[in-house]
Design a protein around this ligand. Structure first.
Ligand SMILES: [Zn+2]
Ligand SMILES: [Zn+2]
Length: 388
């Protein structure tokens, strides 16, 4: 048997463990930073298969780092697991299966790694839907000893690793002065007017915005009573662009809009980042091609990403510090199903999805084998990374 045949056997043997993990997390959805049951389930499975686990990790209660070391020289392959859910709809983003596939890939690779050297790391990365702990991990040196990082996300298509939008989450607050809205409106300073001006100024700005950029926001506090001049308002905005430099330019213009709105209304204004800023995703094309080739050999036809359909992912920051890919795999059997919906959530419980889960585990683990076994491949991956 070749090493890839032995890997296939190892993946087949993992089926019950992996279905069990995905189903357990599906049935116990937990929001970001509260993924206590979910992270524990991952850790228990990794320990069962001989991994050494550090948890909590990198300052996060529900993060972990699981390592399986062959004890021989060679590169370090990292797979990144997510397991946070969404409010009300549970695993509408399919992170029950996302985490299972990446953890499964780590376990599968560990079954053959003693033959080829190197080490495999599975990182549990909490709160992808909110604060994005991969950003903190990328900034705190977690990837310093990692050679390549891989993550793959459930979707309705098998999409090659591509780009994602940089995102800047900005909260604005306006502070005015309350007054009776009929008896003494002239004594008030209207914080809601400032807020409405901010929205209108941003809308004017759209004429000069790159069509690929996105700015969208909500008012989280608009006042307390219609007969009181509002003295306090708050809004949250996301500013997104295909690259970080343009996102910064846009953010500055939007903050200027808020300053102008404060001046015009006589309010004072404060702004702050209410979640982590995410960088754009830079796919390592050499690593991505190795992944796509393995996927093809296992019967998964990878398609390029569609222009203009990018979200933002915290893997972006990882891709700026280590060669990375973040691909997508279909769990919907050819049907168009949008993420963050109950329909998508339920697709993770279908025979088609379970079948894909194993194929993608094998694809990720095969790609790890390629990186370890082919020094010239790793060299090309690193060269591309340094040239970006
Ligand atoms: Zn997701
Ligand atoms: Zn999501």
């Amino acid at each position: 048997m070749t090493i890839k045949e032995r890997l296939h056997q190892a993946v087949t043997n993992l089926e019950d463990d992996l279905r069990g993990l995905s189903d357990y997390i599906f049935a116990n959805p937990e929001l970001g930073h509260q993924e206590f049951k979910s992270s524990k389930a991952h850790i228990e499975l990794l320990e069962k298969h001989g991994f050494t686990v550090e948890a909590p990790y990198a300052g996060f209660e529900t993060a972990f780092r699981a390592t399986f070391d062959s004890g021989q020289a060679g590169p370090t392959i990292a797979y990144l697991s997510e397991y946070d859910a969404l409010p009300s709809i549970g695993h509408g983003c399919g992170h029950n299966m996302l985490g299972t596939v990446d953890t499964g890939a780590g376990i599968a690779l560990s079954k053959v790694i003693n033959e080829i050297g190197g080490r495999v790391v599975v990182l549990g990365t909490p709160a992808e839907e909110t604060t994005g702990t991969k950003v903190d991990m990328a900034n705190s040196g977690v990837f310093d000893d990692v050679d390549v990082a891989m993550c793959t996300h459930p979707s309705d298509e098998n999409t090659m690793s591509g780009t994602s939008m940089a995102i800047h989450p900005i909260a604005f607050e306006f502070f005015g002065k309350p007054a009776h809205a009929a008896e003494a409106p002239d004594e008030g300073i209207n914080a809601l007017d400032a807020m409405i001006n901010l929205f209108n100024s941003i809308n004017s700005l759209r004429q000069e915005m790159r069509p690929s950029a996105r700015v969208h926001g909500i008012i989280t506090h608009g006042g307390d009573a219609a007969n009181v001049i509002p003295d306090y308002t708050r809004a949250e905005f996301y500013v997104r662009a295909l690259d970080t430099p343009y996102m910064n330019i846009l953010s500055e213009k939007i903050i200027n809009c808020a300053e102008a709105a404060a001046l015009a209304s006589g309010c004072t204004m404060k702004h702050k980042d209410f979640e982590n800023i995410y960088k754009d995703m830079i796919t390592n094309e050499t690593l991505s091609q190795a992944y796509n080739k393995n996927a093809g050999e296992l019967g998964i036809d990878m398609v390029p990403e569609k222009v203009g359909e990018n979200g933002s992912i915290d893997m972006g920051d990882v891709s700026h510090v280590v060669p990375s890919i973040h691909s997508y795999y279909s769990i919907t059997d050819g049907k168009r199903v949008i993420g963050h919906t109950p329909e998508f959530r339920d697709c993770t419980q279908t025979p088609f999805a379970y079948d894909m889960m194993l194929k993608v585990v094998e694809t990720l683990a095969r790609t790890g084998i390629d990186v370890i076994e082919q020094p010239q491949l790793l060299e090309a991956i690193k060269e591309e990374f340094h040239n970006r």
